[in-house]
Design a protein. Structure first.
Length: 278
């Protein structure tokens, strides 16, 4: 297996609702536990981690036993208000089990439009990281409507994670999703669909072939992930899109293994003698 020579100190991990919520609507506690373990393990190794999490509405639906995502914005925002506190409780419990400290930031996209508010956010994130506290960021779903009115070309937290990664100078963005990476065609419809291991340019053809959200709990889709990749690539950084079924896969990503789809300039392969030494 060819490994990539990846020099990474600060990274952002984004996990989607589809990875946090089972198909039956229940919260995936195993995924949250493995995510907490993985990010804490990396923090203990000296990496600086920021987690961008979706799932507030999905967790709110699970808490109230709601099976269908409501169409009304007010109802969605109410579910987000309920689910966000529940989600942070779960994160606090699981990260505490591994001795990690976390802090919550709820953002809207417009904070990046104004230099003063953008700087305040960046200062807060850097202050948390300096204290070895992991920032956990989510869209402020209870007040934001850009995402909740289903304008899917804008995205849910995919582009938010890319904006955060770009602004804090992260070397890598890892997007955990309900799919293993970018395929040359829809793997749900075509048995012979092939995973694309590396993308150095997101073309108009690639964007046109991307689909929408695949679950009833989330708002994002492949288009939003590709646009997030474009943000990272234009900043000269990298993004990896891979499966969120087991967040421990992040350890393989950081190790430079060829998992998921890597977006960005070609990385130098690790020399064979390094493989032998490892």
């Amino acid at each position: 297996m060819v490994k990539r020579m990846l020099h990474c100190k600060r990274l952002v991990v984004k996990i989607g609702t589809s990875s946090l919520i089972h198909q039956n609507g229940k919260v995936n506690l195993q995924t949250i536990d493995r995510l907490a373990y993985t990010l804490t393990a990396l923090t203990n190794q000296g990496y600086e981690l920021v987690l961008v999490t979706s799932g507030a509405i999905g967790v709110g639906m699970a808490k109230l036993g709601v099976t269908l995502r409501p169409a009304e914005i007010a109802q969605q925002q109410a579910l987000a208000a309920i689910g966000q506190s529940e989600l942070m409780t779960l994160y606090t419990q699981r990260f505490s089990d591994y001795g990690a400290k976390i802090g919550q930031l709820l953002l809207t996209h417009d904070v990046f439009d104004y230099p003063q508010t953008r700087q305040h956010v960046l200062d807060t994130i850097n202050a948390l990281l300096k204290r070895q506290v992991m920032p956990i960021i989510n869209e402020n779903d209870s007040v934001a409507v850009d995402e909740l009115d289903h304008r899917t070309t804008f995205g849910d937290n995919d582009q938010l994670s890319a904006l955060v990664a770009k602004q804090i100078g992260a070397d890598l963005l890892v997007v955990l999703s309900d799919i293993d990476g970018l395929y040359d065609r829809d793997p749900n419809r075509h048995a012979n669909a092939a995973l694309i291991p590396e993308i150095t340019h997101v073309s108009a053809k690639i964007l046109a072939g991307a689909g929408g959200s695949s679950t009833r709990f989330g708002t994002g889709g492949m288009v939003t992930k590709l646009k997030a990749a474009q943000v990272m690539m234009r900043a000269g950084k990298h993004m990896v899109l891979t499966s969120g079924r087991d967040p421990r896969i992040i350890l393989r990503v950081v190790a430079g293994e060829s998992v998921g789809t890597w977006f960005g300039a070609e990385l130098e392969p690790v020399p064979s003698e390094v493989h032998a030494a490892n």
